[in-house]
Design a protein around this ligand. Structure first.
Ligand code: NAP
Length: 501
């Protein structure tokens, strides 16, 4: 199977703007699709000149609304435009399965312009996907293209199963939308001849990534038959920083592997995908950290202690799990406190959710006395009963109890995270200045809470070290190698190389 080509879809209103975009990304892409339906009418009249502006192969496409395009004219006008445009030196022309024009097709054949014969399903992954692709492939002069829309993890499973059935058929096959993002990154695994991407901010289809994300973050062109797949499951998932950290780690050590986000609404179907794609290991985030445990062959004492799993690895034909949040949380504290010091420390934990649970377990294991304060006091009480701690509400009553538990203050709620970074879950608490304050949030780096603590003279720590420490442990479990992760890794990488996804 030939390597998949990365195609930049050009959707600007003018030829000139499209050429500028091609110039910007030409070293990252292999071909271009001119979406002439986006061009203004006066620019459409010079369609045939476009391929001469680039050395890269160009696909001509004029997409109707019903197939996800924006062409406003009649079908007759579209036909005329396709005929006129195809006089240019295009490598391919995209014609839908219900579009037929013998004269045009004969002319394309005589000039060696290949037809991409496409169909779109903007709502689902159709049950007859394999049959439809195979039917088009019967005509050796045409390349079948299916752009379909998985709307759930089980749809995504059906998509990957169809790709496996079509593994010996030359085709373009794409999963659109949020669930389909992974299929675009893994085109070299699905056997799609082409994967499409867009200029940032000009997404031509739901789920398109930009050329820099595809080539720098996911190393699109390096993914091959032997490339191992790792990933992260969650819902939502596309905001996650884990692909930035793990892909950078894989690249640093030149490991032939990629780490991809899988939007997941059904863990059971995901395990079927994991088996189908031979996924070697994956991270687990909200809301699947508990559910995933039911599907594991083996768990360890960390999972049993906190009832949550954030790391799954493939070992001897099975998936087994562990939790690296516990060690990831406590290990940065050893820079500041010795194990002996910790035994006599008193800590307050704000919040009683999943992250709090891992923290409370780690603090108690380190020998600390703990007070848990939570907006919903019943949850704090429940956690305190499990781990033998004090508990209270997240209000004046709770704050007044903190004075006996303030060597260390751990903030584990999502309050203060972007976009609501002005919020402070302890706004009514006045720091004495000798507390050590650890906020699990890493975006922003300095929460409102940490800002106040710093100006009162406290030592502070944000969630980035925990994020990186737990990822370091995951990386070792996934690959067997020590990562080169550094604490400023994430922010450096985001700032210098990767635009927002
Ligand atoms: P979770 O299970 O949903 O728990 C959320 C906690 O926040 C609960 O205690 C909840 O209180 C509290 N909370 C939510 N909104 C609140 C509000 N407006 N006022 C007061 N309390 C509020 O979530 P989680 O998994 O524990 O994650 C919590 C945070 O930790 C997230 O920001 C996450 O990014 C961060 N985290 C960071 C790392 C890292 O590596 N740095 C790792 C894991 C988690 P109720 O019980 O009253 O609802």
């Amino acid at each position: 199977m030939k390597k998949s080509q990365l195609c930049l879809v050009c959707t600007s209103k003018t030829i000139q703007e499209n050429i500028e975009n091609i110039e910007k990304y030409k070293d990252r892409i292999d071909c271009i699709e001119l979406r002439a339906d986006f061009l203004s009418p006066e620019e459409q009249s010079v369609l045939d000149k476009f391929p001469a502006f680039t050395n890269l192969p160009v696909i001509l496409t004029i997409r109707r609304k019903s197939d996800g395009g924006v062409f406003k004219g009649t079908e007759q006008e579209r036909r005329q435009l396709l005929k006129q445009g195809s006089r240019g030196d295009y490598a391919y022309i995209d014609l839908e399965t219900d579009f037929r024009d013998e004269e045009l097709e004969a002319s394309l054949k005589s000039r060696n312009i290949k037809i991409i014969r496409s169909f779109h399903d903007l709502e689902s992954v159709p049950g007859n996907l394999v049959k439809r692709v195979k039917k088009i492939a019967e005509n050796k002069n045409e390349i079948p293209k299916a752009a379909v829309t998985p709307k759930s993890t089980s749809d995504l499973l059906a998509f990957f199963e169809a790709c496996r059935e079509l593994s010996h058929t030359e085709k373009i096959i794409i999963g659109m939308g949020e669930f389909g993002v992974t299929t675009r990154i893994l085109a070299n695994k699905t056997g799609s001849m082409i994967s499409y991407c867009s200029v940032p901010g000009q997404s031509a289809a739901p789920g398109h990534l930009d050329p820099i994300t595809m080539t720098t973050l996911y190393r699109f062109h390096r993914i091959g038959k032997h490339t191992k797949i790792y990933g992260i499951i969650g819902n939502p998932i596309h905001h996650s920083s884990s692909p930035l950290i793990h892909n950078r780690g894989l690249r640093d050590l030149m490991i032939d592997a990629v780490y991809v986000p899988f939007l997941t609404d059904d863990v059971k179907s995901f395990f079927e995908i994991a088996n189908l794609l031979s996924i070697e290991g994956f991270s687990v985030t909200i809301p699947h950290k508990e559910e995933v445990i039911r599907h594991l062959k083996k768990t360890d004492q960390h999972i049993e202690a906190v009832g949550a799993c954030n790391t799954v690895v493939h070992r001897g034909n099975h998936y087994i799990g562990t939790n690296t949040d516990i060690e990831g949380f406590i290990s940065p504290l050893y820079t500041y406190f010795s194990p002996d010091e910790m035994k006599s420390m008193k800590a307050t934990v704000i919040g009683a959710g999943g992250a709090s649970r891992a923290c409370v377990y780690a603090l108690r294991k380190a020998g600390m006395t703990v007070l848990i304060l939570n907006r919903t006091p019943a949850k704090a009480k429940k956690l305190s009963e499990e781990f033998d701690t004090q508990w209270g509400p997240l209000d004046e009553t709770g704050f007044s109890r903190m004075k006996n538990f303030c060597d260390l203050i751990i903030q584990t709620t999502s309050v203060g995270m972007v976009p609501k970074s002005e919020q402070d879950p302890l706004a009514a608490y006045k720091f004495a200045g000798n507390e050590f304050v650890y906020d699990l949030i890493y975006n922003p780096k300095l929460t409102r809470l940490l800002e106040r603590a710093l100006s009162a003279g406290c030592k502070v720590l944000n969630g980035e070290e925990m994020l990186v420490a737990q990822a370091h442990l995951q990386f070792k479990l996934f690959t067997g190698r020590e990562s080169l992760f550094k604490n400023n890794y994430l922010s450096d990488f985001m700032r210098t190389e990767i635009p927002e996804m």
